[in-house]
Design a binder for this molecule. Structure first.
Ligand code: UDP
Length: 376
C-alpha cells in the first residue's frame, strides 16, 4: 500500500512530522512519500530540517503577493502530476489550510482515500477564521477517514452526518511532536544557535511570549494588539515581551511601526521550532492568536491569552488554562494584569493538564490504517 502525506505550512509540517516518521521509520508494509506545496517556504524548511524529513515532491508554490485564487488553482494542478506519478492509496492532509482543502480535492479526483488529520474543528462561523473554517469544512466533506483530536471535534463531524465508524478520536499529533522535540532539544549533543542567542538576551523571569498571524486580525486588529502590548510593557517594566514576528507583511508593518524601540519589547524573526519550544517553556505567559500554540502550551503548564473572538479549540478554554481576549486593547491589558497580580488565577491557569492529547495520536492513526480491511 502507498501513502502520500501532503502539507504546505509550518504548523502542518510540525503536526505531520511524527506521522511521516512513524510510517517511514517503522513500517515496512507501506511505501510512504511526502509532498510539500511550500505554501510557506522558509518557515517550513526549518521544520523539515529539525525532524530530518526529506520531501519526495516539492511543488514550491510560494509566490510574492499570492492570493487564494491562484494558490488554490496551483495546488490542484500541481497535485495532479504527483498523484499520477505515485498513485497513492491513501493521501493524508492536515487541518485547515488552502493546501489541505485543495490537496484533498485533487486526491478525491484521483480516487485515493483521503485521510484528514486534525479533523472536525469548527467555529460554526464561515468567516472566522477566514479561510480556515471553510477549508476544514470542505475537507471534511471530501474525507474518507477523519482523525479527530478530541470528542468535541468528533461531535462536530457527527452533526455533519459523517459516518461514526470513519471518525477516530486520536488526540492531537502536535503533542507527539512536542514530546519528540522537548526530548531532542534537551539532549546533551543538541546545539541550536537561536537558543543560545535567546539565553543571552532574556533578562527577566517574567517573559511574555507573543505570536500572531491570523488574517482576521490584519488591519485594526494588529494595531490594537500592538497598543495593548505597549501598555503592558509600560505597566510592568520588569517583564520582557519577546515577540517573534510572522513574516507576513500585514503583520510586520504595524508591529515594527508601533513596537520598535521599546526597551522591554524584543521583536525578533520567527523562531525555528526547537527554539520556539524552548522559549514557550521559559515563558511566564503566552499571548497568541495561534491554534497550535494554544494546544502546546497546556503541556508546558503555561497560561495563554488568545487574541481571537471565537475558537475552534474550546477544550482548553473550558479546562481554564486558556482565555479568549479578542483584539480589544482594554481586555488584553486587564487579563494580562490579572495574571500578574492574582497568584491563585495564575496557578489555576498554569495547571499541567492537556485536553488535546497524550502524545499517542500517531500510534492510533497508524493502527487504524493498518487494520483497515484490504481494498478499503
Ligand atoms: N512556532 C514556531 N516558531 C514561531 C512561532 C510558532 O516554530 O516563531 C510553532 C509553534 O510551536 C506551533 C506552530 O508553529 O507548533 C504554530 O504555527 P502558527 O501559529 O503559524 O499556525 P497555527 O497553529 O495558528 O495554524
Amino acid at each position: 500500500k502507498k501513502n502520500l502525506i501532503v502539507f504546505g505550512t509550518r504548523p502542518e509540517a510540525i503536526k505531520m512530522a511524527p506521522l511521516v516518521k512513524a510510517f517511514q521509520e517503522n513500517d515496512k508494509d507501506f511505501v510512504t512519500r511526502v509532498c510539500i506545496t511550500a505554501q510557506h517556504r522558509e518557515m517550513l524548511d526549518q521544520v523539515l530540517t529539525f525532524f530530518e524529513i526529506i520531501p519526495d515532491y516539492d511543488l514550491d508554490l510560494m509566490k510574492p503577493n499570492q492570493d487564494l485564487y491562484g494558490l488554490t488553482a496551483d495546488i490542484v494542478s500541481g497535485m495532479k502530476s504527483v498523484l499520477e506519478d505515485f498513485q497513492p492509496d491513501y493521501v493524508y492532509v492536515h487541518g485547515d489550510t488552502t493546501t489541505t482543502m485543495a490537496a484533498s480535492l485533487a486526491s478525491f479526483y484521483s480516487g485515493a482515500k483521503v485521510c484528514h488529520v486534525e479533523a472536525g474543528l469548527r467555529t460554526h462561523n464561515k468567516w472566522a477564521p477566514f479561510p480556515e473554517e471553510i477549508n476544514r469544512s470542505i475537507t471534511g466533506r471530501i474525507t474518507d477517514y477523519h482523525f479527530a483530536p478530541t470528542t468535541t471535534s468528533k461531535k462536530n463531524l457527527l452533526k455533519e452526518n459523517i459516518v461514526e465508524e470513519n471518525i477516530i478520536v486520536t488526540g492531537n499529533t502536535v503533542i507527539d511532536a512536542l514530546r519528540f522535540s522537548v526530548k531532542k532539544v534537551s539532549s546533551i549533543d543538541f546545539y541550536d544557535s537561536e537558543i543560545d542567542i535567546l539565553k543571552q538576551s532574556i533578562n527577566s523571569d517574567k517573559v511574555i511570549l507573543v505570536t500572531g498571524h491570523r488574517r482576521e486580525n490584519h488591519g485594526q486588529g494588529f494595531i490594537d494588539i500592538c497598543n495593548a502590548l505597549k501598555e503592558i510593557a509600560i505597566i510592568y517594566p520588569e517583564a520582557q515581551i519577546i515577540y517573534p514576528v510572522h513574516l507576513n507583511p500585514n503583520v510586520q508593518k504595524p508591529v515594527y511601526k508601533l513596537l520598535n524601540n521599546i526597551s522591554n519589547i524584543k521583536l525578533i524573526e520567527p523562531l525555528g521550532y526547537p527554539a520556539f519550544v524552548w522559549l514557550m517553556d521559559k515563558s511566564y505567559l503566552i499571548i497568541t492568536d495561534s491554534g497550535g500554540v494554544q494546544e502546546e502550551a497546556p503541556s508546558l503548564g503555561k497560561p495563554v491569552l488568545v487574541m481571537r473572538e471565537t475558537t475552534e479549540r474550546p477544550e482548553a478554554v473550558k479546562a481554564g488554562t486558556v482565555k479568549l481576549v479578542g483584539t480589544d486593547k482594554t481586555k488584553i491589558v486587564s487579563e494580562a494584569k490579572a495574571l500578574f497580580e492574582n497568584e491563585e488565577l495564575y496557578h489555576k491557569m498554569s495547571e499541567l493538564h492537556n485536553p488535546y492529547g497524550d502524545g499517542k495520536a500517531v500510534e492510533r492513526i497508524v493502527k487504524f490504517i493498518k487494520e483497515l480491511p484490504h481494498g478499503k
